[in-house]
Design a protein around this ligand. Sequence first.
Ligand code: SF4
Ligand code: SF4
Length: 172
Amino acid sequence: MLPVPWRYVNSWHCNCCGLCCREYDIVLRFDEWLNLIRRYGVGVTRAGLSRFYIRRRSDGACVFLYNSFGKWYCGLQSMKPMACKLWPFKILEKPRYGKSREAGFTYNGKPFYVYVDPFCPGIRWGPPSQSLISHVIPEFIELALGIRNKQVYSTSSTGFIIHPLRGRERFI
Ligand code: SF4
Ligand code: SF4
């Protein structure tokens, strides 16, 4: 599914359905891969042709996904890969998916292009809410820029998260 400009999104809230942690391969940066294998061992990752991924269980789910009272949560939390932190938003410096006017977002005077992956059922479509503009998108931009680690608006209220894809991969 082609990412959609943020101007078509009213709000986003992760409902902990866990779909994104089952449907996509999570691509790891090298430093993320190193931190994960140091803490959990090499068995929680797998190597592709040119990149590392989080390992998936036989049912396709990420090895860190777990269920509690019917909701799906991430066992990594503070060590979540950036690909997971940014999901389902894509923060770009160029309008890679078109509709540059609708995707344009100015943060601290700098232009960004923000898209949302329509696969996520936590998206509510409609005119953007003030919270999306003032809190949610700025937080995703700050995460993408590496000037923020703590997730408040970019995760579920219970601390879940997720991000972008290529085919069935999620990557930065
Ligand atoms: S980010 Fe979206 S797809 Fe992933 S668990 Fe939350 S609601 Fe479900
Ligand atoms: S958010 Fe957590 S459980 Fe989901 S894919 Fe990423 S690391 Fe795995």
